[in-house]
Ligand binder design. Structure first.
Ligand code: PLP
Length: 625
């Protein structure tokens, strides 16, 4: 059975093979070609690309680009819409060079453009211009340098839009365009009054920090008219927020945008482009529901809704259909990346051996605890829970006063744990679980220590309680026998994952397999291509992970089309302003002093210094060799 819900959230890209491995499925001319992730992992091992690794599958990214563009094209064709769709990829969602270059190269056939929110992102977008029809949409606050860069691209003939965030910016754009003698293409970002569901609801609504008020929109028209540049106002931009889970919100947002678009035309602006921003959600839970990490619609439905709403609103007003633009980031890149890591160790919460009778001379509380253990039943579990904790704490009291031994304490804790285990087994059969017992399964679950940093690789789990699909990538023909949470390598109690979405519903634990001696156990976190790769930080100085890009061929073989070594220790130290060469010299002096005072030999000094040098060049994560 589909224990982890992969058939629901995998969207066909991921499934379980008959061997019990997770496989990635790609399309080659209508044929599905599958590759086991374990075969890719074995290729990584051969290339000494240690865990953790971000694995990107190029075919999946290409398929997302194709699906987005083709879904809009088909909605346009079927809906009798008289203009085209143009996607722009918001660079902030994944700025990594391989990803951006692939979007530019593969997306070329669809004229897939870019959205830039800063000067650095604009420079990326400009370096990726392939065709003179490729749109670039500039959001965010723009200084003169930003504007000049965009105007130069305009002079070369590229449709680069400045979307206004403020009136101040408009004046600067007018000034710079006169100075360089280049006409700008101008867009306005409206402040939508539609409140959306989900985590990013504050990106829209009257109190949103983004976008121009209705009055400010009219002021833009007035000022542009005054300087004879109203013909430059050609785009309306509307972004409701990321991960909009509810299709009804999308429809309401589009309706409002269409009326503002029509209003701007009535004011004399030519318009021509309607940019509906991001928001197309990803179903991280596979639940098909209006909830934060899911969505109640499919891509086709999203496209049809937008195309229909625009046509139905503008036709009665006799307004020509605009070029439809969307800035879908998450839905374009989430699927193609997987974070893979190995498990280093497991701490289980199994009690030690428990005797039938209290050992000779042990405290009376041990006897009471053993009685409680015998009594656990569906009728008495609450009482047993209270009693077990009471007697355990009484024994701890004795221990603090020096009247119980370390062995007494260990035995009392073990019996108490055994009582909790028995109660936890009863919980699934109960009609109502008392609130104080709800967290028992999590408290009793195993801790799987995993080789990654949550803060570096999955920052949204920490920052916004994001839920990603997580599962072992092999041994799936075997029923998992353990329930665990995941703890990362950082020394931070927030560096843990205890929130999973399973087909049975939200869970604080994940079914996992017992580790086997001498065998690696690999876990994958899926759908991590959006926002995770650069929002991460250097907590505990765990750096960028290794990255592998693979491309699956029609014959089922695959190529490592890109491999990137993660940060070395010297790299991360230099990010926090150390000078690795200087550190080597400092450590040399430490070693030299140890030689001088006879604590080590010269030979030992050599091996100590070479270990220090090698470590500086090594990976920041746990290494087995
Ligand atoms: N466009 C703008 C202006 C945004 O602020 C964002 C992200 O919030 C996006 C596009 C991308 O949104 P998404 O990743 O939901 O497609």
């Amino acid at each position: 059975s589909d224990l982890y819900g992969i058939d629901a959230w995998g969207a066909g890209y991921y499934s379980v093979s008959s061997q019990g491995d997770v496989q990635v499925n790609v399309d080659h001319d209508g044929e599905t070609v599958s590759v086991s992730l374990m075969d890719i992992v074995s290729g990584m091992r051969g290339r000494q690309l240690d865990m953790p690794v971000v694995l990107r599958v190029r075919n999946v990214l290409d398929d997302r680009i194709a699906t987005l563009n083709e879904s809009f094209a088909s909605a346009i064709e079927q809906g009798g819409y008289n203009n085209v769709y143009r996607a722009v990829f918001p660079i902030k969602v994944n700025q990594q060079c391989h990803v951006i270059e692939e979007i530019a190269d593969y997306g070329r056939r669809y004229n897939h453009g870019f959205e830039a929110g800063s000067k650095a992102e604009l420079i990326i977008a400009l370096s990726q211009l392939r065709d003179v029809e490729t749109l670039v949409v500039c959001n965010g606050y723009k200084d003169a340098e930003f504007i000049d860069l965009g105007l130069y691209a305009r002079r070369m003939g590229y449709p680069v839009f400045f979307v206004l965030e403020s009136l101040h910016e408009l004046r600067l754009i007018i000034e710079r365009s006169r100075a360089l003698d280049v006409e700008p293409l101008i867009g306005v970002r409206m402040r939508s009054s539609v409140k959306v569901d989900g985590h990013w609801s504050q990106d829209s609504g009257d109190r949103s920090i983004f976008g121009l008020s209705t009055t400010a929109l009219l002021q833009v028209v007035t000022e542009l008219r005054e300087v004879g540049m109203l013909h430059c106002l050609q785009m309306l931009h509307c972004h409701l927020g990321s991960q909009v889970p509810n299709i009804r919100n999308v429809r309401s947002g589009v309706l409002e945008a269409c009326h503002i678009y029509a209003g701007l035309i009535a004011e004399g602006a030519p318009m021509g482009y309607l940019d509906l921003g991001g928001g197309l959600a990803v179903d991280y839970e596979g639940a098909s529901a209006n909830s934060t990490h899911s969505m109640n619609y499919q891509l086709d439905e999203y496209c049809v809704n937008i195309v229909e709403s625009v046509r139905e609103t503008l036709d009665p007003l006799n307004i020509a259909h605009p070029v439809l633009v969307s800035e879908s980031g998450r839905a374009t890149v989430a699927y193609s990346s997987i974070l893979l890591f190995n498990i280093l160790d497991v701490r289980d919460s199994q009690p030690g051996a428990i005797p039938e009778q209290p050992p000779e001379g042990s405290s009376e509380f041990i006897g009471h605890l053993l009685d409680v253990l015998q009594r656990v039943s569906p009728d008495s579990f609450q009482e047993c829970y209270n009693d077990a904790l009471f007697y355990r704490d009484e024994l701890r009291e004795l221990f603090y006063r020096g009247r119980a031994t370390l062995r007494d304490r260990a035995l009392a804790e073990d019996i108490c744990l055994a009582v909790m285990q028995r109660i936890a087994k009863l919980l699934p059969e109960l009609e109502r679980v008392p609130p104080e017992l709800e967290s028992l399964p999590e408290q009793l679950s195993d801790i799987y220590y995993a080789n990654f940093s949550l803060f570096q690789s999955l920052p949204d789990i920490w920052a916004i309680d994001q839920v990603f699909p997580i599962m072992p990538i092999h041994r799936l023909q075997e029923q998992p026998t353990r329930e665990g949470i995941l703890a990362d390598l950082t020394c931070d109690c927030d560096g843990r994952i205890a929130n999973f979405s399973l087909p049975s519903g939200p869970s604080t634990t994940l079914p996992l397999h017992a580790l086997r001696e001498g065998e690696e156990y690999y876990v994958g976190v899926f759908l991590v291509g959006a926002y995770q790769e650069t929002l991460g930080d250097l907590h505990n100085l765990f750096g960028d992970t290794n990255v592998v890009n693979v491309s699956v061929n029609a014959d089922g073989s695959f190529d490592f089309v890109g491999e990137l070594q993660g940060d070395s220790i010297a790299d991360v130290l230099s990010y926090v302003e150390y000078e690795p060469k200087h550190m080597q010299e400092q450590f040399r002096q430490v070693a030299e002093e140890a030689v001088r005072s006879g604590r080590i030999t010269l030979e030992q000094r050599q091996s100590i210094l070479s270990a220090f040098r090698d470590s500086l060049q090594g990976y920041t994560y746990f290494e087995h060799h």
